[in-house]
Design a protein around this ligand. Sequence first.
Ligand code: TRP
Ligand code: SF4
Length: 405
Amino acid sequence: MSSVASPQRVLSGMRPTGRLHLGHYHGVLKNWVTLQHEYDCYFFVADWHALTTHYDDPSQLEASTMDMVVDWLAAGVNPKAATLFVQSAMPEHAELHLLLSMMTPLGWLERVPTYKDQQEKLKEKDLATYGFLGYPLLQAADILLYRAGLVPVGADQVSHVELTREVARRFNHLFGREPGFEQAVEAAVVKMGKKASKVYIDLRKRYQETGDAAALETAQALVRDQQNITLGDKERLLGSIEGSGKIILPEPQALLTPAAKMPGLDGQKMSKSYGNTIALREAPDDVDAKIRKMPTDPARIRRTDAGNPDVCPVWQLHEVYSDEQRKQWVQEGCRSAGIGCLECKKPVIDAINAELVPMRQRGREFEQAPDMLRSVLAEGAERARETAANTLADVRQALGLAYRR
Ligand code: TRP
Ligand code: SF4
């Protein structure tokens, strides 16, 4: 049993969309690559989530999943540092989803803003399904199954993490009160030893009477630092400070990913639906051709016309890829007609191609060795299963289902 909250565990999922592009890299993957060195990271392909909206065409599911994982690896997500897996390889997500569904009020799901938004946006699809309503609850199960403390998501997903917190709170409230909880807490207090137990009782009292947040934090740290008590007792002591029962499912926190500023080839945000993307493993010649074809300041018709970078999508790429000196070169050269547009595009082409070199190479290695890719995912699932099994054992126990096996 190990349900002490893990602030050091990070979990995030991505629906399988096939090949990723530079927008994904600058928006999400670069962040994952940093996080994997700082936290115990779990990254997974949310293929069941894809089915909630695309159940009518599963034909591309496998290819999209594999292409996307190759792109994760190409971008530098390291299977030795992070645990990578596919959601559908982990039926544990489905079991926890089912169990949570028993106690989740319908109204909570109907009120999640993405529910109506997505139905509006994807009008051509029939999303009046049970599965689609349950989308955020499946996501809650994804998160709670690993007792993740931090969930990197975009702003559009924050309401799902919020729902996850409510579901966890409700679950702990309903099932965290094992019979004899108070006595078990008192016994655990004694086990801390005289000095620590006195400090614990004082801090708990101070927090409960005045809501003193510092007292709460100090008390939690005190409990976590105890060497001689079991994890189960730690959970009871932690739960007792806040006046709840045992924390079986700790509440996660959203780790807001800053909105991607990556501009596409037309100056709009880079997105597959706008057809303005550069793929992570795009060939050098294609990068070259795509940038050459990019529109520039429409008023700059002849080479001798002065231009205005403010209305030019190429300038936006300079803002991502160029240092101050080169930005100044663009500003002055453009406004004075001192440089031509192709000349201006050249350093952008070079910068993007340089960024893609290691990605193409790593991507190729995995593409040429599908077995290696499968074993990365199999090992990831195996590691994930260990954590998941612990949580599910506690959840089954809490729900009176421990006789199951
Ligand atoms: N719903 C998320 C998205 O569309 C993907 C996702 C599924 C997820 N499960 C998750 C993200 C758990 C974070 C945590 O982007
Ligand atoms: Fe755009 Fe550069 Fe041409 Fe100016 S010189 S219009 S910034 S491409």
